[in-house]
Design a protein around this ligand. Structure first.
Ligand code: GCO
Length: 455
């Protein structure tokens, strides 16, 4: 099967994504304050290879050539995030002009190259000073977040039109405040539940603030989502799949759409009621201009009554004899189609943009070249599913690859390479992988050959 970029229509947006903490480095430079990730990575055992993101891709210094690289690839949309503690080192109060200047330069450089900047306000790097006061578990977050959003709107809103409020609230609350394997490393329902509610409120609050400050802007927020399937066609597994779907795919989008939390299908979320105050129900909703979906794989789940709250577990891909990436995520292109169809059914979603999709593979640098054919096949097959969803009537308007560069993959450190550009961490050299060349050719409207099976 063959498709070309024209099949997506002229107004379809193509981009690449990154996040501040994963690429910037300069963790202690130019007046930046500590974020929860700066602190978390110093705790022994928290990152697989014992690494930190103190330097990572040193994008903080190389932003200029990195933007040039995006231009060279022919990519016209760039999604990145703002490190809160770079512009407000203590989270609130004193601003750091050097940090603000950095983002001004980054935005200006994008615009000079004709690249549209897409800004994520919060991609997980909460200022540590705020975590010291409870972070997302503290309702004060609403005031802190308001201050941060207003500052971003006023400093950058004259040039940035496209905004995303949060990156994957399910992941930063789940991994950071429930399971503890991401910063700030907190665990348990007593941390998770208030964090969920405050993130939900900040998600819509951020939208309202931007709409007030910048009425012309295009406002979205992003969600991680995976198609979920029962392991066996047994009632217990089917019900487990329903619970996981409510937790992983519905918990944050439904309150934003005015539907409230999916408490019926996710009994553990009923505890949120303890934190709901007057007017919260209506304040959770916001009329977003677009919804950013981030999909990589599907999850297969089975019933397990030993697992607290969820009574179920994910059956890891390596137990299922399927094709995987080095993250041990199944390569399953149809997942993105199913997810787009699923979100496409919500009435109030005006537009969907795939704000992340991509794959980590074991890239080998040989003679200054990375032949990552597996990543090309992965991208081609997922993009084909996006096209199928679009043809089936889903209002999907864009697709961003995760990621521009190999970077610091959170608790996985540098063990995972997601880039379409290779990062040599020793020399900071960037080498465009074959997948980067492929994307570039695709964007320059060459016909691409589609292979049904990635691998
Ligand atoms: C996320 C984040 C990215 C990750 C990417 C690969 O989705 O977790 O947005 O920061 O690096 O998804 O895991």
């Amino acid at each position: 099967m063959i498709y070309s970029i024209e099949d997506f229509g002229e107004d379809f947006l193509w981009g690449v994504s990154t996040a501040a903490y994963q690429i910037e480095g300069g963790a202690y430079n130019n007046g930046k304050g500590d974020s929860i990730w700066d602190k978390f990575v110093r705790v022994k055992g928290s990152v697989k290879d014992g690494s930190t993101a103190e330097i990572t891709c040193n994008h903080h210094e190389h932003y200029n050539s990195d933007i040039q690289l995006i231009d060279q690839l022919g990519v016209s949309n760039y999604r990145f995030s703002i490190a809160w503690s770079r512009i407000l080192p203590g989270g609130i109060g004193r601003t750091n002009q050097e940090g603000i200047d950095f983002y001004n330069k980054l935005i200006d450089t994008c615009l000079e190259h004709g690249i549209r900047p897409w800004v994520t306000l919060y991609h997980w790097d909460l200022p540590q000073a705020l975590e010291d006061k409870g972070g997302w578990t503290n309702r004060e977050m609403l005031n802190w977040f308001e201050e941060f959003v207003i500052l971003c709107a006023r400093e950058f809103g004259d040039r940035v039109k496209d905004w995303m409020i949060l990156n994957e609230p399910m992941v930063f609350t789940g991994a950071g405040y429930f399971l503890g394997y991401h910063a700030p490393g907190k665990r348990g329902l007593n941390n998770f539940i208030p964090a969920v509610h405050h993130a939900t409120l900040c998600q819509s609050l951020g939208g309202r603030i931007l709409r007030g400050e910048l009425p012309e802007s295009n406002i979205g927020t992003t969600f991680s989502c995976s198609h979920i399937e029962p392991y066996r066609e047994l009632e217990d597994d089917i019900l487990t799949a329903k619970r996981f779907d409510a937790l992983l795919n519905r918990l944050f989008i439904e309150p934003a759409l005015g539907l409230g939390y999916p408490m019926d299908d996710l009994p553990m979320s009923q505890r949120i009621e303890n934190y709901i105050e007057q007017n919260d129900e209506s304040n959770m909703a916001f009329d977003f201009d677009f919804i950013g979906l981030q999909n990589y794989t599907r999850e297969v789940v089975k019933h397990n009554w030993l697992i607290p709250y969820l009574n179920g577990q994910i059956v890891n891909a390596d137990k299922r004899n399927v094709l995987t990436t080095t993250m041990n995520w199944e390569v399953y292109p149809q997942s993105i189609y199913n997810i787009l169809k699923k979100f496409g059914k919500y009435e109030n979603i005006k537009k969907i943009i795939v704000t992340e999709n991509g794959a980590a593979f074991d890239d080998q640098l040989v003679d200054n070249r990375i032949k990552d054919n597996n990543r090309i096949l992965y991208l081609q097959s997922y993009i084909n599913e996006v096209l199928k969803a679009k043809k089936a009537g889903v209002k999907v308007g864009g697709y961003f690859i995760w990621s521009l560069l190999d970077n610091f993959e959170w608790a996985e450190g540098y063990t995972q390479r997601f880039g379409i550009v290779y990062t040599d961490y020793k020399t900071q050299q960037r080498i465009i992988k074959d997948s980067g060349h492929w994307y570039s050719r695709f964007l320059s409207s060459a016909k691409v050959r589609y292979f049904a099976q990635a691998g």
